[in-house]
Design a protein around this ligand. Structure first.
Ligand SMILES: Cc1cc2nc3c(=O)[nH]c(=O)nc-3n(C[C@H](O)[C@H](O)[C@H](O)COP(=O)(O)OP(=O)(O)OC[C@H]3O[C@@H](n4cnc5c(N)ncnc54)[C@H](O)[C@@H]3O)c2cc1C
Length: 480
């Protein structure tokens, strides 16, 4: 084997996954077909749960150094959501261009000695019982690389997904839109990031968001964008026509920094795992970028997959651990597809839809409705099923306000004696005595490397040992 894992795609999903694998000591390589970073950013935010997962490993602070702002709010199809009520260390969206997140994640890989091969495109692969042979076209020509596993994190038009031939059900795009970063002469130049304002209009809708230094992000769609090929260049004329519809009164266009087209296509791959090949991020799901979720969903896929794949590579994974990646993440992706479809519907410029938007905006001023939808868009309400564990409000949820810098499991106990129960797993699970703040009074809590609770209980019992075995593998002999 040349590597344990080959990751195809150096976007946010592939780079976070490579960091997780590098942290676990896995021999991993990232193949990225772009010879250099473009510096372009589709996404501009980290949701609270993404901030939490980065913080678990100690990687959030250096990312915050590159952030522009924080916003104590999210939105659902343009209707504001108050994040201040959320139970998290980070009750806000971090305003940061995607390119800066990628830049940090790529530079951080050097700490683990993980290579990123730029200008290297995966063109095909074949898998057998022992591994995957990947064909790579690079500056020095075409060559084969072999690894135990391949992860396709190669975006919405994933070559890995197409080569697998796995089903990608859903529907194609009905509406085409344009995203562009433009410099405006008479635009709002204070650079204060805010939630996009949005009102559906018959002649076409436009979101306008100041990014600072006179640069604005615009998203627009109208009759002029429909039926146009997705790869057709965006013209200056259509940008000017869209700007004429902007609320703030026809700002003057000085420069288009970059522009591209996207649609509301909504699809999700049937299986996230096919033998030794896994899919993550946009390679596994595409949807309308509404509410600022896609990058966050992909990074959280990577966080769910990393520790499981590392255990598998080390030969320490219990049966079914790697399959739990699909079982846990497919429903989460499906829920995001559902909410983005609903948000897309609310953008239709129709008086009846406007009536629905007004009703919804009113509902969302109520604290319970706000908490429900904010919990969903922020990623904080994700709860994985934990079969066979005793029912408890924390079970399957993420435990807020903990640190897991080593990427290992954590057994939080209210009294020192509890810790002995996990000794046979101490090469994989750390233990800490806490004063009840995390341990729900007298209960002990077992936390997976991704911060999700997989067992809670008042005493050591067979259920605890079963949970340790289920998530961390067989106990090791402990010498007294
Ligand atoms: C207009 C727009 C606005 C958006 N805004 C937001 C937002 O505000 N918030 C949010 O959370 N999300 C947003 N998104 C979604 C977000 O940008 C994506 O979900 C995110 O980029 C997915 O990351 P990824 O790493 O899975 O895929 P990508 O970012 O697509 O990365 C895939 C990488 O793989 C490389 N690659 C492709 N094929 C190969 C190959 N064969 N071999 C090697 N390398 C390959 C590509 O060059 C690329 O670098 C937006 C999307 C759009 C279109």
């Amino acid at each position: 084997m040349d590597f344990d894992v080959i990751v195809a795609g150096g976007g946010p999903t592939g780079l976070l996954l490579a960091n997780e694998l590098g942290l676990a000591g896995v021999r991993v390589v990232v193949l990225e077909r772009q010879p250099v970073r473009t510096g372009q950013s589709k996404a501009l935010n980290l949701q609270p749960r993404t901030a939490e997962v980065l913080d678990l490993r100690g990687w959030l602070d250096p990312i915050m150094d590159r952030a522009v702002t924080t916003l104590p709010a999210g939105h659902f199809s343009g209707t504001p959501l108050d994040y201040r009520a959320l139970d998290t260390r980070f009750p806000y969206q971090v305003g940061i261009p995607q390119a800066r997140v990628e830049e940090f994640l790529e530079s951080h890989l050097a700490e683990f000695g993980v290579p990123v091969l730029r200008g290297h495109e995966l063109t095909g692969f074949r898998q057998d019982a022992d591994g995957v042979t990947v064909t790579v076209a690079g500056p020095a020509g075409v060559r084969d690389l072999r690894a135990a596993y391949l992860v396709g994190a190669d975006g919405g038009r994933s070559v890995v997904r197409k080569h697998l031939g796995v089903g990608f059900p859903g529907r194609g795009g009905r509406v085409s839109m344009v995203v562009a970063d433009v410099v405006l002469r008479n635009g709002d130049t204070d650079g204060e990031w805010r939630l996009p304002t949005f009102e559906p209009h018959e002649g076409g809708s436009i979101f306008l968001l100041p990014l600072g230094d006179g640069v604005h992000r615009i998203l627009f769609g109208g009759p002029g964008q429909q039926g146009v090929d997705r790869d057709a260049p965006v013209t200056e004329d259509e940008v000017r026509a869209a700007l004429r519809r902007a609320e703030d009164g026809e700002p003057e266009l000085r420069e288009i920094r970059w522009a591209s087209r996207f649609t509301d296509a909504s699809r999700q791959v049937e299986r996230y795992r096919s033998g030794r090949v896994l899919l993550a991020g946009d390679a596994a799901h595409i949807h309308l970028p509404a509410g600022g979720q896609g990058l966050n969903l992909g990074m959280q896929d990577a966080f769910n997959l990393g520790w499981k794949l590392a255990a598998e590579v080390r030969g320490a994974a219990p049966a079914g651990l790697l399959d739990s990646y699909h079982d846990e993440r497919h429903p989460v992706g499906a829920a995001v597809l559902r909410n983005t479809r609903a948000q897309g519907l609310l953008m239709i410029p129709d008086p009846d839809v406007l009536a629905m938007r007004a009703l919804l905006a009113d509902l969302l001023t109520g604290p319970e409705a706000n908490r429900r939808i904010a919990g969903m868009i922020s990623g904080l309400d994700i709860r994985y099923p934990m079969p066979d564990a005793p029912v408890h409000p924390l079970l399957g949820s993420r435990l807020p306000a903990i640190d897991l810098p080593t990427g290992r499991g954590l057994f939080l106990v209210p009294r020192p004696e509890f810790g002995d129960a996990a000794r046979p797993w101490r090469d994989r699970v750390d233990h800490a005595v806490v004063d009840g703040a995390h341990a729900e009074g007298a209960d002990a809590v077992l936390v997976r490397p991704d911060g999700h609770v997989c067992w809670v209980g008042p005493e050591v019992d067979d259920g605890l040992r079963a949970a340790l075995t289920r998530w961390f593998g067989q106990a090791r002999q402990v010498t007294p």
